[in-house]
Design a protein around this ligand. Structure first.
Ligand code: NAD
Ligand code: UDP
Length: 443
């Protein structure tokens, strides 16, 4: 239906809720599942209200000035994500004239499940202020558990979990895991470690210390408290693989002295430590080998390919493909990873488990897909620029793996886990997230 347009109400913009379809074409309304005696299901709208909507509103002086169609489009776009959850959003006020912000706090937190004490876990999440950690924290909090985040904010940020600060079930601790830490807990998700190549190469010695000493400290804590311990390992333990796709039985092909070694060898020795504590001390361990993951809250400037391509395309800049773009990666959306981590933690599987999406793309193809997705979202919002961004080629970094795709048979057999999100669906949501960040002036 078309209605006459007024300057303050751009009715031609579609404000119906965003729908995501899974790989089988079914609508995704919840993430998680009730498996291994641990119910991890939450509505996707509630999660979206935590990460997709803008956290700021612009100051009144600006709000009264005439809005551009672009501003209005952004505002309506944000309305799509509220879905009745706006009461749980803080309305901090951004003043563009002075580039300053007045913070407000939440008057109410999103509702969390009320669990019987026997079901409620005390969960420690190291690296909980990072990209993956913050999504895990959202899920565990909504499910009613007590969550402590340990983070030194090297690559993470307080803003990723600020919506839980003050909640009785939540605690945020600034701590570097290279130093020991004492706490009572039932489960430890050990995620702390920079994950993007520019970040982990920034201070290679610190990355190795975090992987070795940090993991040693957290395993010591698990031993003392008898907490179950899950480490986020990586597909990088397979290096530049000679086996394709990679199964957990493959021992890898890693350059021990190259620029990626601080991370790759760091994670390999972290796995060795983990199984050492299992054998010697009976620590109850889980090892997730995570393949490339993307989603909202990924640091837009962390140098990884998904964030780089989307931010470049949204800014109308050239998209930088390294090498000839024939190297491959398989990208999984964040909610699938969180489902996999929670399933693994609560299952009986103690062997390493690959968690990743097996839809493999060459980086050149992937650049095209990101460009198309950004254009689709811009077209829907009436903000598509006249000039198409270009894809340009830059030198290949040293030791960049040529191909990567997980064999996830074990995850399916042991956890009944398989990825649900298509790469395209996840990309659309991530593009919307970065657009919202741009609109609020924080990107
Ligand atoms: P991220 O950089 O966003 O998060 C890492 C978090 O750890 C940050 O909050 C950072 O401040 C914190 N941290 C780093 N060093 C620390 C230290 N010494 N003490 C305390 N905190 C510290 O990265 P991410 O993508 O969220 O990755 C999380 C985990 O998942 C990492 O262990 C990473 O190796 C693993 N992983 C991620 C991917 C991926 O594609 N995102 C792939 C494979 C493995
Ligand atoms: N890459 C790229 N352009 C970029 C960033 C990365 O072509 O702007 C390539 C990179 O060389 C690698 C792939 O994309 O082949 C994935 O890189 P990323 O840093 O995201 O993760 P990796 O899997 O290499 O750890």
């Amino acid at each position: 239906m078309t209605t006459p347009q007024s300057p303050s109400k751009p009715r031609r913009i579609n404000t119906s809720p965003i729908r995501a379809l899974d790989k089988d074409g079914n609508e995704i309304t919840t993430v998680g599942f009730n498996r291994f005696g641990f119910d991890s299901e939450v509505p996707i709208d509630v999660l979206r209200s935590l990460y997709l909507r803008s956290h700021y509103v612009v100051s009144a002086s600006v709000a009264t000035s005439p809005q551009t169609l672009e501003d209005e489009a952004q505002e309506f776009q944000h309305a799509k994500f509220s879905q009745g959850h706006e009461v749980y959003q803080s309305k901090s006020i951004y003043h563009p004239e002075t580039r300053s912000i007045s913070y407000t706090t939440l008057s109410r937190f999103p509702p969390v499940k009320l669990l019987a004490p026997s079901k409620r876990k005390r969960v420690l999440v190291t690296g909980g202020a990072g990209f993956v950690g913050s999504h895990l924290v959202d899920r565990l909090m909504l499910l009613g558990h007590e969550v402590t985040v340990l983070d030194n904010f090297f690559t993470g940020s307080k803003t990723t979990v600020s919506h839980w600060v003050g909640h009785p079930n939540f605690e945020l601790v600034r701590h570097d895991i290279v130093e020991p830490f004492m706490i009572e807990c039932d489960q430890i998700y050990h995620l702390a470690c920079p994950a993007s190549p520019p970040h982990y190469q920034f201070n290679a010695v610190k990355t190795i210390k975090t992987s070795f000493m940090g993991t040693l400290n957290m395993l010591g804590l698990a031993k003392r408290t008898k907490a179950r311990f899950l480490i986020s390992s990586t597909s990088e333990v397979y290096g530049d693989p000679e086996v394709h796709p990679q199964t957990e039985e493959y021992w890898g092909h890693v350059n021990p002295i190259g620029p990626r070694a601080c991370y790759d060898e760091g994670k390999r020795v972290a796995e060795t430590l983990t199984y050492g504590f299992q054998r010697q001390d009976g620590v109850d361990v889980r090892v997730a080998r995570i393949f490339n993951t993307y989603g909202p809250r990924m640091n837009p400037y962390d140098g990884r390919v998904v964030s780089n391509f989307i931010v470049q395309a949204l800014n109308g800049e050239d998209m930088t493909v390294y090498g000839d773009g024939k190297q491959t990666r398989s990208f999984q959306y964040i909610h699938d990873l969180i489902d996999g981590l929670i399933a693994l933690m609560n299952s009986d599987e103690t062997r390493p488990v690959n968690i990743g999406n097996s839809d493999e793309f060459s980086i050149g193809e992937f650049a095209e897909l990101v460009r198309e997705t950004v254009e689709k979202v811009q077209a829907e919002e009436g903000t598509k620029p006249a000039r198409r961004v270009q894809i340009v080629y830059k030198p290949m970094p040293t030791d960049d793996p040529q191909k990567r795709r997980p064999d996830t048979t074990r995850a399916f057999e042991s956890l009944r886990w398989k990825p649900r999100w298509t790469v395209r669906m996840g990309l659309e949501e991530m593009v919307r997230y970065y657009k919202a960040k741009m609109a609020e002036g924080s990107l």
